[in-house]
Design a protein around this ligand. Structure first.
Ligand code: CMC
Length: 370
């Protein structure tokens, strides 16, 4: 029975999907290479692609963006609830609770219309992140400006001024890279919840919980937390030497699927280098490279997308606590696409376990138990 058992389900195919795949190290969203999407499309186009099977034409994209904008305003009760959460609660925990909360104000009347519900949740999640950011800074949440890109909207609603083109473009790029990644832990969580015939909001709340951990989405914050302790490449070099000698886990490196490098990290790193140069922040690239060089050359463990992403967000001036929520702001689209796919061809997930507990034994009455 346990012959095919693989800890962590490594190498196990756990379902069919047409949403995305990693084909010989290249990530494809519905057949389109992520590199081409990153160069020629936007987050909204990728979101549409994931939810609709193909890229939109100009009219379809305009309608999609209008629909997103129509769902941006947060229910008053959600903003009121945000005010009740203590300031020291991590943003991922806030987001988990507030997605559940906004779920009580679902404006989509058709229970089967999960595509529309996914667009609503995409807009709401961005609004919740921005509103929480402002409240933490002693500012009131502000309304969205219809027509801005999703990335620019998040930055505008958080910071109160329209972002410069480079910041909006870079956030848009990270959202595209984060949008989907086939059967990762959080997507699998969403599909398992869907498989019991539960609802989309429940699946997204569960997926947020799975994404939060530092082995998954929490790695972008953890990676930057590590880099932040160094003032120079030399300091980072000394630290990584010691970390490797002591078999420490280095956040933002390694991947279950990519053993020769994560394509998304390579795409983002090119833009990160330009960003650091434009901001005269070469010291951060020295630190970044000091950690990366021995990881790649001595351990053959490559950066994953979270490594360059943490530093990109840092150089964009975003607080650490926002990094994993921004991952959620993107992955909501992939999670939803998988939920819709699972619901359309469902069989409940119910694997077996390999029992390693005590052998058969008899229950003795409590009066005679030692
Ligand atoms: N630092 C140091 N050693 C590592 C790392 C790392 N980041 N990743 C893997 N290794 C080692 C690991 O210790 C093991 O060595 P040994 O064979 O001597 O025990 C070997 O490489 C194989 O790794 P593994 O544990 O079999 O890898 P896995 O597939 O079980 O885990 C992983 C994948 C991503 C959880 C893991 O690489 C890791 O913990 N990385 C750090 C956290 C991280 O960056 N997560 C983000 C993942 S990608 C994007 C996302 O989902 O957010």
């Amino acid at each position: 029975m346990s012959d095919n058992y693989k800890p962590g389900l490594e190498g196990v195919i756990a379902g069919d999907t047409a949403v995305a795949c990693v084909d010989q190290g290249v990530l494809l969203y519905r057949g389109y290479p992520i590199e081409q999407l990153a160069e020629k499309a936007t987050f909204e186009e990728c979101a549409y692609l994931l939810l609709n099977d193909d890229l939109p034409n100009a009219t379809e994209l305009a309608t999609f963006k209008k629909e997103l904008d129509s769902f941006r305003a947060l229910p008053k009760q959600v903003v009121d609830a945000l005010r009740l959460i203590p300031n020291n609660v991590p943003m991922m925990d806030v987001l988990r609770s507030m997605v559940s909360m906004t779920g009580h104000f679902d404006p989509v009347s058709d229970p089967a219309d999960n595509k529309r519900r996914a667009i609503w949740l995409t807009a709401q999640i961005a609004g919740i992140i921005a509103a929480r950011y402002r409240l933490l800074n002693g500012q009131e949440p502000i309304a969205a400006i219809p027509g801005l890109s999703h990335a620019a909207q998040i930055l505008y609603q958080a910071q109160g001024t329209e972002p410069d083109a480079l910041s909006a473009k870079l956030l848009d790029l990270t959202l595209m890279l984060y949008a989907e990644h086939e059967f990762n832990a959080s997507t699998f969580t969403a599909r398992v919840i869907c498989s019991t015939m539960s609802d989309l909001v429940s699946a997204i709340v569960g997926a947020i919980g799975a994404l939060k951990g530092p082995l998954h989405g929490g790695a972008n914050e953890a990676a930057m937390d590590m880099l932040k302790q160094f003032k120079s490449g030399e300091e980072a070099k000394a630290w990584i030497k010691d970390a490797l000698a002591n078999k420490k886990k280095v956040m933002g490196f390694g991947h279950r699927v990519y053993k020769n490098g994560d394509h998304r990290a390579q795409i983002l790193e090119v833009e990160l280098r330009k960003l650091a140069a434009s901001k005269n922040q070469q010291v951060w690239m020295d630190i970044y490279d000091a950690i990366k060089e021995p990881m790649v050359n001595e351990k053959h463990i490559f950066p994953n997308v979270d490594y360059p992403c943490g530093l990109t967000y840092y150089l964009l001036g975003l607080p650490l606590d926002l990094y994993t929520p921004l991952f959620v702001a993107a992955r909501i689209t992939g999670w939803s696409a998988h939920f819709i796919e699972q619901a359309a061809n469902n069989r409940i997930y119910r694997p077996l376990s390999k029992y390693v507990g005590p052998a058969l034994r008899s229950v003795t009455p409590i009066s005679v138990r030692a």
